[in-house]
Design a protein around this ligand. Sequence first.
Ligand code: SF4
Length: 336
Amino acid sequence: MLRHYNIPVFLPELACPHRCVFCNQTSISGMQHIPTTDDLRTIVESHLSSFKPGEKSIELAFFGGNFTGLPEKMQLEYLQEAQPWLASGKIQGIRLSTRPDYISHTQVRKLKAMGVTHIELGAQSTDDEVLQKSGRGHNREAIEKASAIIREAGLVLGLQMMIGLPGDSLEKSLKTATDIIRWGAEETRIYPCLVVRDTVLETLYKKQNYQPLSLSEAIEQAAIIYTKFETAGLKVLRIGLHASDDLNGSALIAGPYHPNFAEMVFSKIWLQQFEAFKHWPETPNILIQCAPSHLNHAVGYKALNKKWLLQRYIKVRFMADSSLSGRQFKVQKLLL
Ligand code: SF4
């Protein structure tokens, strides 16, 4: 299987005339400098030189901000800079993230002609009340329309969502996930809403007009939504924000941030699976076997799942079994 790499380039809020209540892009992306084309060259060349030889697929990824809201000249300069890497096969495609209301047929055609293969839209929610309370400046219809334009052009559509937004609920988030699947996204990201310094949400939170999800609520919701996407065959590219010095330090005011958030969610999915399992053997000691790539998540973050099983059993041992895949597992008596 080809190893996939992204070369990430962060474009802070320069292009964005909006102010979503949760957004302070400079804090979230951990940087404030807008990359020049010289910076772009340096970033890409340094990544390219660090990759080990071998079969791989590499994408240049413009994250953050609002790519299609950049002045057209700037969009072109970035994309033109990438042409030699595309032509020489050093990179295989370009992905970018942008807002749903900055997508048109003409624009998408131009982007495709310049080598853009994936467009990720920050959908965040498909509930009009949540979108309005979050200050997004667009409605659900804009997301549906933009999704159709991207799909019709034959590009890979990504729709990112957030949980715990103002006015949000698990029910509304599940509806958002259903829409994301229905509108043809192949990829998604799940981000818990955080209260970051210098945002509208900080003011709302301090006036007690907004309460973020607790960490355990966010883990629970993300686990349910991840499972829904997984069942529908979507690639979940990320759960939770990247750790940045800012978020580990003073920029985070409140909310369910944890540097190991994704790991906690995967561990929770295993726990939910164990809780639903009806055939636990009547024996003092058990052996659980699962796919090697799932072993740590099955044991659980800080061995929480093992501890849950130890309420019932005297000894619980986990073992990798490469004949198993996904979240399959086998349980048997442990012979000591
Ligand atoms: S659209 Fe994106 S960059 Fe603009 S304010 Fe909202 S989250 Fe921030």
